[in-house]
Design a protein around this ligand. Structure first.
Ligand code: DGL
Length: 274
């Protein structure tokens, strides 16, 4: 069986690549819901509905044992329901993991006490990073900024404008004395170097492509009931729900390599979009 990697679009490709380069090399299915991106400005209801259809695709069509929700917006707004309702009702033997708690664990392991966070509107509005960190250590403070223009710029060849937008977004954080900045959106790993140029050198950037592969490996080492089902040949197949020439070029820039992206069709007979 395979591991599914789910994102609202193409940003999760960075996470998929990082997992592939890690020592454990599971067979993977990548699915980006490019038909509905950006999720970050949608309602929690819509995000849950899209996510359920994506899970059907991973579990019913590709028979995945486990899905990693690389998308922070989905992890923030829909993960709990996916685990407690969708999985329980449909696939109680399978697992869905998110990226928020592993990212916070990493910040805590490093001992940071004042943490910066950037993310989509929906992720920041959910306040889930702060809620989760408060459960673990109420002394840790979090400075959050929503940065909604970054994803549309990355997915639509808007890089010439991105430095100005980043400077505008990050300016308030520079006055908050943060020790690290969590890039709380799959796509932002693509901006790591640009963000580092704007931030003070002492602020450490926590990027999920450097965190999630190790956390996934750790999870698999502790859950042999799932790990034993996953085949380890290092293959990966890429699917999106809508495909355009712009998406193909953006995906190759983000992934850093030529890749074969196919359109996913949940029900080929009726040619329904997923
Ligand atoms: N992939 C999403 C995340 O990590 C952001 C993109 C979107 O708005 O759909 O939050």
């Amino acid at each position: 069986m395979k591991i599914g990697i789910f994102d609202s679009g193409l940003g999760g490709l960075i996470i998929a690549k990082a997992i592939r380069q890690h020592t454990t090399q599971p067979d993977m299915i990548y699915f980006g819901d490019t038909l509905h991106i950006p999720y970050g400005n949608r309602s929690a209801e819509a995000i849950y509905a899209y996510s359920c259809r994506a899970m059907d695709y991973f579990f019913k069509v590709h028979d995945c044992a486990l899905v990693v929700v690389a998308c922070n917006t989905v992890s923030a707004c829909a993960l709990r329901r996916l685990q407690q309702e969708y999985l329980v009702e449909n696939f109680p033997e399978r697992r869905i993991l998110g990226v928020i708690v592993p990212t916070l664990e990493c910040a805590i392991e490093h001992g940071y006490k004042n943490i910066g966070l950037i993310g989509t509107n929906r992720t920041i509005l959910s306040n889930i990073f702060e809620e989760e960190i408060q459960k673990i250590n109420p002394d840790i403070t979090m400075q959050q900024i929503n940065t909604p223009l970054l994803v549309p710029l990355i997915e639509n060849e808007g890089m010439p404008w991105i430095d100005d937008v980043l400077e505008h977004y990050l300016a308030p954080l520079l006055e908050k004395d943060i020790e690290c900045l969590i890039l709380g959106c799959t796509h932002y790993a693509f901006l790591k170097e640009r963000i580092a140029k704007i931030l003070d050198k002492k602020i450490v950037i926590l990027s999920q492509d450097e965190i999630i592969p190790g956390k996934l490996e750790d999870y698999l080492s502790r859950h042999s009931e799932i790990a034993d089902k996953v085949s380890m040949n290092g293959t990966i197949n890429f699917y999106v729900s809508d495909i355009t020439p712009g998406y193909i070029s953006a995906s190759e820039k983000i992934y850093g390599d030529k890749i074969n992206i196919q359109k996913s069709v949940l029900c080929a007979k009726e040619n329904k979009y997923l």
